[in-house]
Design a protein around this ligand. Sequence first.
Ligand SMILES: Cc1cc2nc3c(=O)[nH]c(=O)nc-3n(C[C@H](O)[C@H](O)[C@H](O)COP(=O)(O)OP(=O)(O)OC[C@H]3O[C@@H](n4cnc5c(N)ncnc54)[C@H](O)[C@@H]3O)c2cc1C
Length: 486
Amino acid sequence: MLLPISRRDFFKLAGAAAVGTLIGDQIKPSKARAASGATIRYADRDVPILFDADVCVCGGGPAGTAAAINAARNGAATVLIEKGIALGGLAVLGCVYPMMGVRVSDSVTPYIKEIGDQLVAHGINPGDNAGQSTMWFNPEVLSEIYDDLCADAGVDVLYNATLVDAITDGNRITTALVQTIGGLFAINAKIFIDATGDAYLTRAAGVPTKRGSLKTGRNQHMSFRFEMGGIDVKKLYKFIVGKLHDEWSSWAKLPYLEIAKTKKTAPIFEGGLARGELEQEDLAYFQAFTILGKRGTMSMNLPQLPSEYSATDAISYSQAVSHGREMMRRMANFLIKNMPGFEHAYIAREATLMGVRESWRIRGKYLLTEEDYYEQSRFPDAVARTAYPIDIHDVDLELRRKFPKGGFYEVPYRALVTNLISNLAVAGRCISADFAAQASVRIQLTCMSMGEAAGIASAYAIKNNIAVNEVQWDQVPNRSYVSQPK
Ligand SMILES: Cc1cc2nc3c(=O)[nH]c(=O)nc-3n(C[C@H](O)[C@H](O)[C@H](O)COP(=O)(O)OP(=O)(O)OC[C@H]3O[C@@H](n4cnc5c(N)ncnc54)[C@H](O)[C@@H]3O)c2cc1C
């Protein structure tokens, strides 16, 4: 298959041709690199400054990657720090798949359209009407696309770099401290974007946050996702769609297949419980999807950890990892024994990022609520629209009203910024939303649109010399989303 060549590869090859050698091991020029030898005082020591950037984005998930690419494209010298070694966050490191559609027309912001087009250019067809409907992808192709888009935009990506602290001066963050392979480094920036999913930067800067449900105090359930390979998908399809006539999967047309625990498939799992192959906790949730471009491989949306495990407690989180791995093995062995098509299957990949649906959420200028969802709120400063349901894997809702077909609500820019820190924007699953609203906005595509807006707004703020928390999104000329009347 002939793959389109990126600008990065083009220049690499052109350079190699010109000098007769590959230039891959050279350090590329950067707009954001700090002067050599510069240091900052932190915890009684001199810490080298690695970057003096316009924008520093913390976290390279769907939101952070979108923010960095869009800030850089709009002229900001941008650094993106990521604790893993691939961009994509939960979509790549967490085996979270596919991207759920936002279920409303005209919702696809330019960046989402571009990601869809890039997938197609790489031989991955994300499905009909992708974005509004489910966007299927391939995690390894997605991380390659992200690398290329960052390189083309001129983003400095710092991998294996964990944000550990922030230095503030009054109502501004001046510096992010990152632990890297080379030790502790400082990154100075004019604007910081927190896309860590866990509001890590925001908390480090001393801004109060909320976590969990008001009713229970608990976070949503975590899941430890994984991929299984060696599946005879045609055999599985024949069984689920052909023999069981499972309505859940009846729409499926290979290579797109989703299976779940339904009325039709439940007896299979209950049999496993009766025979002692599974435990009650294993039956909490089961869902799996074929992965495009990985023949015979499915993304497993499980195991779902019991609710006692907390996504915001270091020890409980760690115990959830071991417990989840045990549950994963049990379910894999069960499927191999009992599910047609899985006879020769195996665990192909475990997530390297725990499946945290919700942890800490900032308290911003605007708090997006369950009421906004049901009232289909519109905002002049909207950055995205969605009709994705409130998907809580735990407690019930306060309001439980019907959401009309074709209805949608909007996400305001003011939910991405706080009154307390003037040069901070937040994007992704940790924006200012209550527990229920977060369970709707957290899907990857909405996180991407939020990141896109945060990146554009940051570059705009720098060009116009205004604070990012004072940006009037409805006055940004190249805004990625324009609010729609009710
Ligand atoms: C089990 C599960 C199933 C889901 N199912 C779906 C689904 O089917 N479809 C869908 O669209 N969405 C789904 N979601 C939701 C969606 O995947 C997430 O809400 C979304 O990925 C959030 O994007 P984000 O960019 O805000 O954060 P994340 O994807 O969490 O990315 C955050 C990034 O920041 C990095 N990071 C964190 N802390 C630091 C630090 N201190 N220093 C440096 N880097 C840091 C992380 O490594 C990560 O790369 C699911 C989520 C879970 C957990």
